[in-house]
Design a protein around this ligand. Sequence first.
Ligand SMILES: CC(C)(COP(=O)(O)OP(=O)(O)OC[C@H]1O[C@@H](n2cnc3c(N)ncnc32)[C@H](O)[C@@H]1O)[C@@H](O)C(=O)NCCC(=O)NCCS
Ligand SMILES: Nc1ncnc2c1ncn2[C@@H]1O[C@H](COP(=O)(O)OP(=O)(O)OP(=O)(O)O)[C@@H](O)[C@H]1O
Length: 216
Amino acid sequence: MAKNLSATRETGLIIGVTGGIASGKSTVARAFAAHGIPWVDADEVAREIVAPGEPALAEIAEGFGREVLADDGRLDRRALREIVFTDSKARRQLEEITHPRIRERLAAHLKRLQAQGAPYVLLVSPLLFETGQDAMVDRCLVIDVPEATQIARTAARDTVDETQARAIIAAQMPRAERLARADDVIDNSVDEAHLAAQVAALDRQYRAAAGLPPES
Ligand SMILES: CC(C)(COP(=O)(O)OP(=O)(O)OC[C@H]1O[C@@H](n2cnc3c(N)ncnc32)[C@H](O)[C@@H]1O)[C@@H](O)C(=O)NCCC(=O)NCCS
Ligand SMILES: Nc1ncnc2c1ncn2[C@@H]1O[C@H](COP(=O)(O)OP(=O)(O)OP(=O)(O)O)[C@@H](O)[C@H]1O
């Protein structure tokens, strides 16, 4: 059900941005940044909490074995990716280690950004609904593309092959369910100009909701 756009918490408006792998979340975040809007990225925070010396890295090594560490002691992300996207039990084990820490770190980053006085801020997360991070935001914006576009854009961008891209999509919320939980939707199936026009319209809407005039 759509949230009341004017009912923002005292600390200011937070927009949750979500969508499956390669739906275009980072591209959307950069388009909002062109309007002066900052964001916190859950994938980046997920990297921060497994940096060398962090307790989560030690717990992962304990649970998954030294084979998920590279020679320099850093997390071998590819090795861990291959384990967790073929074994849902292992994925849940990883999430039990990472998700509470990601959530805590996201809250701290959001607080810091809000203190800098932005019109509103974005929380960009592939698993906004799956992890309950949607409770941290006032409104959920879903970036929507067909699955074939996700696969094609993943293949064009990184080393994840089609089988693995499909396994990652299968580990995420189905498209229809995500759309059903959206307050706002961006159709990112066309091109960046089409995306930028939708972001500009939402920016006007969110500024009005935050009690601010349109961007001058
Ligand atoms: C498994 C890991 C090491 C793979 O790292 P890698 O650098 O290869 O990929 P990256 O982190 O960039 O993730 C790629 C994409 O996979 C998807 N993804 C990542 N973790 C998950 C998950 N637990 N469930 C479903 N999809 C996921 C997201 O769409 C993400 O954008 C890493 O994704 C990880 O630590 N995941 C657990 C933490 C997590 O849930 N992160 C998501 C943000 S809350
Ligand atoms: N409208 C578009 N037209 C063409 N290509 C696009 C469009 N939007 C995004 N892309 C491309 O698709 C790929 C995925 O986009 P992006 O990295 O923004 O997705 P993401 O949702 O942040 O991905 P991830 O879930 O892996 O973090 C990138 O290579 C990007 O340049």
